[in-house]
Design a protein around this ligand. Structure first.
Ligand SMILES: *[C@@H]1O[C@H](CO)[C@@H](O)[C@H](O)[C@H]1NC(C)=O
Ligand SMILES: *[C@@H]1O[C@H](CO)[C@@H](O)[C@H](O)[C@H]1NC(C)=O
Ligand SMILES: *[C@@H]1O[C@H](CO)[C@@H](O)[C@H](O)[C@H]1NC(C)=O
Length: 568
């Protein structure tokens, strides 16, 4: 891991919930130290858990009364939830119609095989063509990935500065820099993966400070790794910035596309990237990028809508995604499987608080301008849930006479579980108190739950990111969802779940909630910030792009007038 890379990270650091520019609380080195401590701590806990598993007599032994092997014990523990649900439901297609490949070890990544029992049936099916392309990509990742002969020679060429080699053995690489919050990273990973598929590159993901990648996500490709090896030859790649000689904008504008003397091309797709760097979205076979064996990309957001601008990709994208609103939904289900530790957190919370309710509602709260609780935000949440009839009203005392006497619950009264996520517990406490002090108008039983409240953002702290990922997954399991505008955390939650959210407009903290408080989004896709402002055929500024008039499936986001999202 590249500890020298702290500079760029700290400069552009932000929270795991959104895109605000904020200063990092610690340098890369301190972050690494903290993460190592946490890692040490968590491996102690893991050891304790394993001991517990091995000392508690497993169910299967009690039932059979016979001897069993430790493998079976562990399997019975890890997979017990799945098998219970399997017994009560008909067997489900865990591979999602061929989206996922068989052959992974079920024990090492239980979520891959169990998620289908928690999620709603897929509302968009992967096209046969996409499935074919995924199998090709998996083969490419295996053939060229870390540890292979082609990878070793490609790294050697990168180290020695021998470039412009034009596809020596059919192995080209896309290295994705991990930075900013977890939601940002999930959006960037998923859409960078789409770009890797479109351009036939092997996707390698930087492990992040504190090596968090493997604590968060299972390996997505069979027989290889997507983690960038620690001995990656470009030492300070995390510090690359727009003004680097290797940046796409510089090569395009100042070098007329010449790669002479450059070891790689750096693609800067931060949400605030300059127009010159956004020319990347229009790169095609006449340009220079395909001649670079190594591309290093910085992205903190969802780049998929920008790829639809490129005429070179349009036909391929149409074949992969007959429904344009399914890009994140399908690719995230393919790519992002939480590790067993996180999946345990998701499923335990789900069974404790959500599974028995008739209906579940997710409310994701991200306040950008302040960590302090704000009445105005609570007002906005309640105005939104009332306007959209997501939460029942409560019985209020009209003009003096005292509360009506409590009623016995009617048989079969509906129950609703509300999952709230956010840094502060204040909103949750208030909503819960509302349904404790007063009855709901229609007799519905409302329970309100919040898994964690960290109060402040932390950066690349393993335990913090693991909880955040568990919450994003829990949000994705709800029936309906309210999200905070501009929040990549919310985008990831509703996108994974295939949920079309009710988006709350980002407020100005002046005491008055925006009116209207929220709106139903046009699709389940995340919003993309930092989009090309031109049409690729002419490469000139075009106002229609921003107004979402240029391409039928790319429209202006509800919550950000400069953002674009895919819709059908
Ligand atoms: C989900 O799909 C299964 C078949 O895999 C089907 O039996 C079930 O009825 C579906 N559930 C819903 C709610 O559509
Ligand atoms: C082109 O070069 C000039 C002078 O070095 C530099 O200021 C400018 O930022 C470069 N343009 C791009 C797009 O990188
Ligand atoms: C507060 O900001 C909102 C926009 O969020 C605006 O509509 C409202 O007029 C502002 N109120 C005051 C008192 O400035």
């Amino acid at each position: 891991m590249d500890t020298a890379g702290g500079g760029a990270e700290a400069r552009g650091q932000t929270s795991w919930l959104g895109l605000e520019e904020e200063a990092s609380p610690f340098s890369g080195k301190k972050a690494t130290k903290a993460a190592t401590d946490i890692k040490r701590w968590s491996s102690v806990v893991n050891a304790a858990v394993v001991t517990l598993i091995l000392t508690v007599p497993p169910l299967i032994l009690l039932l059979s009364g016979g001897l069993s092997t430790p493998t079976v014990w562990i399997r019975s523990t890890v997979a017990s939830v799945g098998s219970q649900m399997r017994a009560s439901e008909s067997k489900k297609d865990v591979l999602l119609g061929g989206l996922l490949v068989p052959g992974f070890d079920e024990q090492t990544c239980a979520s891959r095989y169990q998620a289908v029992y928690y999620r709603k049936n897929m509302t968009r099916q992967p096209s046969p063509y996409l499935i074919k392309r995924l199998r090709q990509q998996e083969a490419l990742q295996r053939r060229c990935g870390p540890g292979t002969e082609p990878y070793t020679s490609a790294s050697e060429r990168l180290r020695s500065g021998q470039t412009d080699v034009d596809n020596v053995d059919g192995c080209n690489y896309l290295v994705l820099i991990s930075y900013r919050g977890l939601g940002n990273r999930m959006l960037a990973m998923t859409s960078a993966f789409l770009y890797a598929m479109l351009t036939g590159r092997v996707l390698l993901v930087d492990r992040g400070y504190g090596n968090t990648l493997a604590d968060l996500f299972c390996e997505p490709f069979p027989g290889t790794t997507w983690a960038l090896p620690p001995d990656f030859p470009v030492k300070n790649f995390k510090q690359l910035d727009e003004d680097a000689p290797e940046s796409y904008g510089n090569v395009a504008v100042n070098r007329s596309g010449s790669l002479m003397g450059l070891r790689f091309v750096y693609v800067h797709l931060d949400h605030s990237a300059s127009p010159a760097n956004l020319l990347f979205y229009c790169d095609d076979h006449r340009e220079f990028l395909h001649r670079a064996q190594w591309v290093i990309m910085r992205a903190d957001q969802y780049i998929a809508p920008g790829l639809f601008f490129n005429p070179a990709y349009q036909e391929e994208l149409d074949r992969m995604f007959p429904r344009k609103d399914s890009v994140f939904y399908i690719l995230s289900r393919y790519l992002l499987h939480p590790t067993n530790d996180i999946w345990g957190m998701v499923t335990r919370f789900y069974h404790s608080y959500l599974s028995k309710a008739d209906e579940t509602l997710g409310i994701q709260i991200r306040v950008f301008d302040s960590d302090k609780p704000a009445q105005q935000i609570l007002d906005q949440i309640l105005a939104c849930t009332s306007q959209e009839r997501l939460l029942p009203g409560v019985v209020t005392t009209g003009g003096g006479g005292g509360d009506p006497p409590p009623r016995l619950p009617t048989a079969g009264a509906r129950s609703m579980a509300v999952l709230m996520t956010g840094l502060s517990s204040w909103y949750h406490d208030n909503v819960r108190e509302m349904y404790w002090r007063s009855a709901s108008i229609d007799g519905e039983v409302v329970s309100v739950h919040q898994p964690s409240h960290e109060e402040h953002q932390l950066w690349f702290a393993t335990k913090h990111d693991m909880k955040a990922l568990a919450e994003i997954y829990l949000l994705s399991l709800t029936d309906k969802i309210v999200t905070s505008g501009w929040s990549t955390f919310g985008y990831a939650g509703h996108g994974l779940g295939g949920l079309t959210p009710y988006v709350m407009f980002r407020p100005v903290l002046n005491g008055t909630a925006p009116n209207p408080p929220c709106t139903r989004a046009m699709s389940m896709e995340p919003c993309s910030f930092g989009v090309p402002h031109f049409e690729c055929t002419r490469k000139e500024f075009n106002r229609d792009v921003l107004q979402g008039k240029l391409l039928p499936h790319v429209r202006t986001c509800e919550d950000a007038f400069w953002g674009l999202k895919l819709a059908d």
